[in-house]
Ligand binder design. Structure first.
Ligand code: NDP
Length: 481
């Protein structure tokens, strides 16, 4: 069982913010509950907000109580005993010096301490923090392998801003100290794509271009902006969902299988093999939509442009569908159709692998299909055909179904990734090369979507996306599953 053995201090910059409250504090609580943390550790919140230590502990406690269906009091109490708060500006060296001193005092008696800086702040604040981390004595090279800087995706908003951020980070840190986090790579169900392939040689044998027809990767959510309109309106769904999460799912499905330690290199290679096929216009490969008002589960929802903090004429897409392929010989000629949208009828993240048409043997036989449902009603379903009783060859679907619910000792994605970061396990974090490969693919698509001449198709909240996306996939000779 993975447990942090070395003492650590985790500084959370932006400790008052959204990500820290909804993900980091609940994840740390679960690590405390499951006894995955060492005896000596400190969680030091750093932010501008005026709070004393008790008020900050209350913020952490409230975030945990809000997230957890039930709280085990000894675990919460034990976590809170390790929580500290340091108020400061991001652009004030004296405040960083005070933070550095505080960390030094906390860690005074610890041996082989790991220090982590979690950038839970908007990217516009990164330069100030980077400037002050070393000067303020927060980032110190005592030994190799004792400092980590954790940054959530998206890393940059296009290739150019990514390269700038990469240079800025590499001026301050060694690459081995930088942990680029895509929380999908911390999800048990997403990692399971790799393990399913590794542990089931029969599955590997059938994932061959000569047997496969096409692959659909769908990530729909019924949720809308969840209080993040400012971020989302500037970014849109292609950059928010496809640039990292969906391309990573494709990479895990198409990569060469290597030992887990090599998984990052395999993902990179697979990402570099993905491409958009030649087409007369990008409209043949990419379609965008935006939700209008509608109803989900009997409840009425506003359209995107009526949401708070969204411009009345915003052209930001909340839905995209696109076609990509892989140059890998195993996947040659197999089209991948990716789609993702907000305020859709339900939450579901699913890979569906459609196999070739069955032989013309009788009525009702449909192609075999393997669904791996990662979120929503998670499960794995293999669609086979079986003959109905009778003298005529007539078929009915035989669906082998496993709920794929996480059995065993599951950790929330940020918990697992934090634990791995503390332990210096980097293979489920993104490398700069992976992020670069993703932006190289996304940039031309985003430019196309940003052009005023590119159509933005409306769809009602609670639907399965724009009608145009149905027509688009039909033109490719398929339908969405
Ligand atoms: P927030 O907007 O909640 O900001 C976090 C904290 O940073 C705030 O509480 C505030 O703390 C400080 N802050 C905010 N704006 C500024 C500013 N303009 N100048 C200086 N300080 C500021 O961000 P999130 O928590 O949503 O996101 C943090 C990081 O995580 C970002 O890089 C984001 O891209 C990434 N991320 C977030 C996700 C999420 O679900 N929230 C999902 C994926 C990635 P104070 O004023 O107290 O200093």
């Amino acid at each position: 069982m993975l447990c942090a053995s070395r003492p650590f201090s985790l500084v959370i910059f932006g400790a008052s913010g959204h990500l820290a409250r909804i993900k980091l504090y609940p994840a740390l609580y679960v690590l405390a509950l499951k006894k995955r943390l060492p005896k000596d550790y400190a969680i030091v919140g750093y932010a501008r907000s005026a709070m004393d230590e008790n008020e900050f502990r209350k913020l952490v406690e409230d975030a945990i109580r809000e997230d957890m269906p039930e709280v085990t009091e000894w675990a919460l109490k034990s976590l809170l005993e390790h929580v500290h708060y340091q108020q400061g500006q991001y652009d004030d060296l004296a405040d960083f010096r005070a933070l550095g001193e505080r960390l030094g005092n906390i860690e005074e008696r610890w041996k082989k301490t790991v220090r982590l800086a979690y950038f839970s702040i908007p990217p516009s604040v990164f330069p100030d923090v980077l400037e002050n981390l070393s000067k303020g004595g927060v980032h110190k090279h005592k030994e190799d392998n004792d400092f980590r800087c954790i940054i959530e995706k998206p890393v940059g908003s296009d290739l150019e801003s990514f390269e700038k951020m990469r240079s800025a980070l590499l001026k301050c840190f060694k690459e081995s100290e930088i942990y680029l986090l895509d929380h999908y790579l911390g999800k048990e169900a997403v990692r399971n794509i790799y393990y399913l392939r590794y542990a089931n040689p029969i599955l590997e044998r059938i994932l061959k271009h000569s047997l496969m027809h096409h692959v659909e990767v769908t990530a729909m959510e019924s949720a809308g902006l969840e209080g993040r309109a400012g971020y989302f309106d500037a970014v849109g769904t292609l950059r928010d969902m496809v640039q990292s999460h969906l391309l990573q799912i494709c990479a895990l499905l198409t990569m060469r299988l290597e030992k887990e330690e090599e998984v990052a290199a395999s993902r990179l290679h697979a990402l570099q093999q993905l491409y958009q096929p030649h087409a007369a216009t990008l409209d043949d490969l990419l379609i965008q939509g935006q939700y209008a008002a509608g109803t989900i589960g009997g409840e009425r929802y506003l359209g995107y442009r009526q949401e708070d903090s969204v411009a009345k004429n915003s052209r930001t897409s909340t839905y995209v569908a696109l076609k990509v392929m892989s140059r890998s010989s195993r996947w040659e000629g197999v089209p991948f159709f990716l789609r993702t949208g907000k305020r859709m009828s339900r939450k579901e993240t699913r890979i569906s692998i459609a196999f070739q048409e069955p032989h013309a043997i009788g009525k009702g036989a449909t192609p075999n299909r393997l669904d791996i449902i990662l979120q929503g009603e998670a499960g794995m379903r293999l669609h086979l055909q079986t003959k109905l009783g009778g003298t005529d060859p007539e078929f009915r679907p035989l669906i082998m179904n496993d709920p794929l619910v996480c059995m065993g000792d599951c950790l929330p994605e940020h918990g697992l990734l934090l634990l791995e970061a503390i332990m210096g396990k980097q293979q489920w974090f993104l490398s700069f090369e992976e992020v670069r490969a993703a932006w190289q693919m996304i940039d031309p698509m985003q430019k196309h979507l940003d052009q005023k001449s590119t159509k933005l198709c409306l769809y009602p909240a609670g639907s399965s996306g724009p009608d145009e996306a149905e027509d688009w996939i039909e033109k490719q000779g398929m339908t969405w599953f």
